[in-house]
Design a binder for this molecule. Structure first.
Ligand code: SF4
Length: 513
């Protein structure tokens, strides 16, 4: 069978430019894994990198017209709004007869399969869950001209309306999967992405990782030997030495997870590579981190999420503030300054929670770097379908649904918290919009910018602190005052970024109109 797999173009609306990814990082290899599996079964597979190659739908249409695939697989990623352009493109390809069958896959497709099948008639089926085995079933069915097979993991429309889906089992033996196919575009990224494990043994209320992988406790790891075989192949073919484990949770649970990481470290050490990982704070232990750093670990993302134990319990994070602080200490002792996940604004936050969070960030030196500050002082909880938070907030009638039912906004209950969240959101959006050219790598960073980043960082911290202090003394931030704070801060940032010669750091005040 001739199969085309599409990573479609992705749009970022300006007001969401500072939001966390709309698909988990681990999904970047879904297409590659599907392609690897299909190729191993003798099918012809081509991948179109609409996103990484910056292709327009017209350019993608030409590629589809010349390939005329039996199956067009689309890794559908949520767009922060209903993606009419993608669906219109699929309808056109189907109407023109360029493709026999279209199937969607990915996190968004898994969770929103009913809505996708209900709204986009060009899509014949949706793969629900991990894509490798359902894709093989689809290709085999297509070879006998049956384009809507009923097989595990494939959702299709029922003749009588609604959707028919037979659930699939998650892949238990990850070593048995063919290595993922990587495109030239993927090799242009600063690091080669790897997936050493799937799923997570945690079940944080805001996270939908396990929606693709079955249920809670679905962490599965590849053997260290299998992982280094893949790395060796990449080094031999490409000569690259920089890797990133996109695993949602690099460490498996408990002692087994630590022992596996240490064994993997001992194998990686011999390869002379550098790599990054993502993990939970309760898995950060001295001996393991020591071994990983010795093997080339250079950066890590850890999910701190909050500086308050009650909030961590509310998020079902199954970690504590003490573990957060211990993880920071251990990592820094080994020379690693981590990237951190942090949810400053929860739907149920109170002003005192923000104070505790702010003090936690200050106490732990997490407000000194602009790229970190702009995230930790801004992030509100994003509520996506497939999470426990979505389910609970919907049941409580507190979710305002967006254009699709996939995302809900839960405004903070507390009006002061809502006001501060608005202010920080608007200011950081202005900052990201202003810096987009440089931070996206489209423009060269002018000399002297580090000094300016320090000054902008100072402004963000002070504006947060000053607003919080004012609110704690009972000051109400009505719409006019909020707009005034945003405008003045935005102007200051603009002046610093544009200044020919930055002067001394000034204090930031809050002025009423
Ligand atoms: S630890 Fe991370 S990956 Fe695991 S459930 Fe929580 S947020 Fe998701």
């Amino acid at each position: 069978m001739n199969i085309l797999l599409l990573e479609h173009p992705r749009s970022v609306v300006p007001e969401r430019c500072n939001d966390i990814a709309n698909t988990p990082l681990s999904s970047c290899l879904l297409t590659g894994y599907a392609a690897g599996m299909l190729k191993s079964k003798g099918h012809e597979v081509e991948i179109i990198e609409g996103y990484l190659d910056g292709l327009s739908y017209d350019e993608i249409a030409s590629r589809v017209r010349s390939a005329k695939p039996d199956i067009l697989g689309v890794h559908i990623v949520y767009q922060w709004q209903k993606d009419d352009a993608l669906f219109r493109f699929l309808e056109t390809m189907k109407r023109e007869g360029q493709v026999s069958s279209i199937t969607a896959y990915g996190f968004y497709a898994t969770i929103a399969h009913e809505s996708i099948l209900g709204t986009c008639h060009a899509v014949d089926s949706v793969i629900v869950g991990e894509p490798e085995f359902p894709f093989v079933d689809l290709a085999e069915a297509a070879s006998i001209r049956n384009f809507i097979p009923c097989a595990p993991g494939i959702a299709i429309r029922k003749g009588t309306g609604g959707v028919r889906l037979q659930k699939q089992q998650t892949v238990t033996d990850l070593d048995a999967l063919p290595f993922p196919v990587r495109t030239e575009a993927m090799y242009r990224l600063p690091e080669v992405n790897l997936l050493g494990s799937r799923g997570c043994y945690g079940s944080c209320t805001f996270c939908f990782i396990n929606s693709l992988h079955g249920n809670v406790g679905s962490w599965r790891g590849r053997s260290p030997k299998n992982i280094v075989q893949e790395i060796d192949g990449i080094i031999a073919e490409r000569g690259v030495r920089d890797f990133y484990f996109t695993d949602p949770n690099f460490f498996g649970p408990g002692r087994m997870g630590q022992e596996r990481a240490i064994l993997l470290a001992s194998l990686l050490k011999q390869r002379n590579i550098r790599f990054g990982i993502e993990g939970r704070v309760n898995d950060i232990h001295d001996e393991t981190i020591n071994a990983l750093v010795d093997a080339g670990l250079r950066h890590i993302l850890i999910g701190l999420e909050s500086g308050k134990d009650e909030s961590l319990r509310r998020m079902n994070k199954m970690t504590t503030v003490a573990q957060n602080e211990n993880a920071l200490r251990v990592l820094r002792r080994h020379g690693i300054e981590p990237n951190v996940g942090f949810i400053m604004f929860e739907p149920d936050s109170r002003l005192e929670d923000l104070r505790i969070n702010f003090d936690f960030l200050k106490r732990n030196d997490l407000l000194k770097n602009l790229s970190v500050t702009a995230n930790v002082l801004y992030h509100h909880q994003i509520v996506l379908e497939g999470t426990r938070a979505y389910h609970d907030l919907k049941r409580e009638n507190r979710l305002e649904l967006q254009k699709t039912s996939y995302e809900g906004i839960a405004h903070p209950k507390n009006p002061d918290v809502a006001a501060l969240a608005d202010i920080m959101r608007e200011i950081t959006n202005l900052l990201f919009a202003r810096m987009d050219g440089i931070w996206s790598g489209k423009m060269i960073e002018p000399p002297g910018m580090q000094e300016r980043y320090t000054r902008v960082n100072h402004i963000l911290v002070k504006v947060f602190e000053n607003c919080l202090k004012a609110m704690e003394t009972g000051e109400r931030f009505d719409e006019d005052l909020r707009a005034s704070v945003v405008m003045e801060t935005g102007n200051e940032i603009h002046e610093i970024v544009n200044a020919a010669d930055p002067g001394p750091i000034a204090e930031v005040g809050i002025s009423k109109k």
